[in-house]
Design a protein around this ligand. Structure first.
Ligand code: MEV
Length: 440
């Protein structure tokens, strides 16, 4: 029996020519026999939820289903004096609750304006890497001499963007040493306005590459956007009276936590992970390219040569807690999946966002609030208290509690220090019984 199974495993092949041409049902059938899926599992796969299968197939290849993640609203956000409901998509408990809680406290920051945030112009960098260029330093000068021609050529690929005030704005040239010889790196700086911009920029660099080869000789190798979006920076900052966040002692300890993250890379990474909990949750809700955001952010955290926290916390001369966050954010509100995913459109509508710049500002503000929430929890009760409460709540609901019984069961589990499914059932039975008795 064992050897037959092993044989079947051996003949299984992942080589599936034409898989992409099949219908969703046909693909599912193949995967069903590959993984021995049950009818129940197949019908779950076929439930696309709020994503029309046609849209899913227009978004990516080889689709066999859709996967729903919770979409939640972080409440209480006040950013630059304006109130926002913030849609967040993620799988981790406590993050939304923590963001809402922090946002409630930070409403009092900056003289009641809430969190302040400011994003720069939406400038992306497109790169052309040229190898085998004779006299690369001279070539760099020749490219700069033809800057206006290059900009014109790049802009001829996207008249609409230019009409709206965007487009290629500048050129930079670098000469770098690689393991395969000298490389001439040309940067095209493009104002992408409300788009994430990768497509726009890629089209432009592909258009200018042959002209660059003509000017300087050599061969272009890579013609692609850089996700190190150092000209597309969003900042968020708060200044708050410690009385709104639990007192001077809490504020001092938050500053300690910030200093620790500055000094210890192991902590800095987790510190930044907490920031990204908020940023990526909003990115997912609005269907952004979150991999681009992550890649850019972590490189930016290392820009000094050492990986550092993206935010810092301090106490100012008046004794107020001051927090500042700075990060590159490459986000768009037009084009790509933002446009095609209907729920992303709803998320933008809930946010009431009109520009990519404003979206970047909100995301930076959420990142700072999330960071504040994490540090405050860590230096006071610890992170597990909140997690355990949520865990207990999930267990109580799974056990069948509803209404006020949820809180009763949760509190009792925490009091007894026994947060298990069996305990939830036991308590639920006990309280249901005493409820029944009191009704007789
Ligand atoms: C957990 O998802 C995020 C935290 O670890 C962040 C932090 O430690 O600052 C709580």
């Amino acid at each position: 029996m064992g050897s037959v199974m092993a044989q079947t495993d051996l003949v299984k092949s992942s080589r599936l020519p034409g898989f992409y041409k099949l219908s969703i049902d046909e693909r599912i059938n193949i995967v069903k026999s590959w993984a021995n899926l049950s009818e129940g599992e197949v019908s779950l796969l076929k439930n696309f939820g709020n994503l029309d299968p046609k849209i899913a197939e227009a978004m990516i290849e080889n689709v066999i289903g859709a996967m729903s993640y919770p979409l939640a609203i972080a409440t209480n956000f006040r950013i630059n004096g304006k109130d926002y409901l913030v849609p967040m998509v993620l799988e981790e408990p406590s993050v939304v609750a923590a963001a809402s809680n922090a946002a409630r406290m930070l409403r009092e920051a900056n003289d009641g304006d809430g969190i302040r945030a400011e994003a720069s112009r939406q400038l992306m960098i497109g790169q052309v890497h040229l190898m085998k260029v004779p006299s690369p330093r001279y070539a760099a000068m020749e490219i700069m001499r033809r800057k206006e021609e290059l900009l014109e050529l790049a802009n001829s690929t996207n008249q609409t963007l230019v009409k709206l005030g965007g487009g290629a704005k500048d050129v930079e040239v670098r000469v770098i040493e690689t393991g395969r010889g000298v490389c001439l790196v040309v940067h095209l700086i493009v104002d992408v306005l409300d788009a994430m911009g990768a497509n726009t920029v890629n089209t432009m660099v592909e258009a200018i590459a042959p002209y660059l080869e003509k000017i300087v000789g050599g061969e272009s190798r890579l013609r692609i956007v850089s996700n190190y979006a150092v000209y597309r920076i969003a900042k968020a900052w708060v200044r708050i009276d410690p009385k709104h966040i639990g007192g001077k002692d809490v504020a001092e300890k938050i500053v300690d936590a910030s200093a620790i993250a500055e000094a210890d890379i192991f902590r800095a990474v987790t510190h930044n992970k907490g920031i990204m909990n908020g940023v990526i949750a909003v990115a997912l809700a609005t269907a952004q390219d979150h991999r681009a955001i992550e890649a850019g952010v972590h490189a930016y955290a290392s820009r000094s040569g050492a990986y550092k926290p993206l935010s810092t916390w301090d106490i100012d001369v008046q004794g107020y807690l001051v927090g500042v966050l700075e990060m590159p954010l490459q986000v768009g509100i037009i084009g790509g999946s933002v446009k095609t995913h209907p729920v992303a459109q709803i998320a933008l509508k809930i946010l009431g966002i009109k520009t990519a710049k404003e979206l970047a500002e909100v995301m930076a503000a959420v990142g700072l609030a999330q960071n504040f929430a994490a540090l405050r929890a860590l230096v006071t009760t610890g992170i597990q208290a909140g997690h355990m409460k949520l865990h207990a709540r999930n267990l109580a609901i799974a056990a069948g509690a509803h209404g006020e019984l949820i809180d009763i069961v949760v509190d009792e589990m925490i009091k007894e220090g026994k947060i298990t499914f069996d305990k939830a059932i036991e308590l639920l039975k006990k309280y249901q019984r005493s409820n029944d008795l009191s009704q007789h």
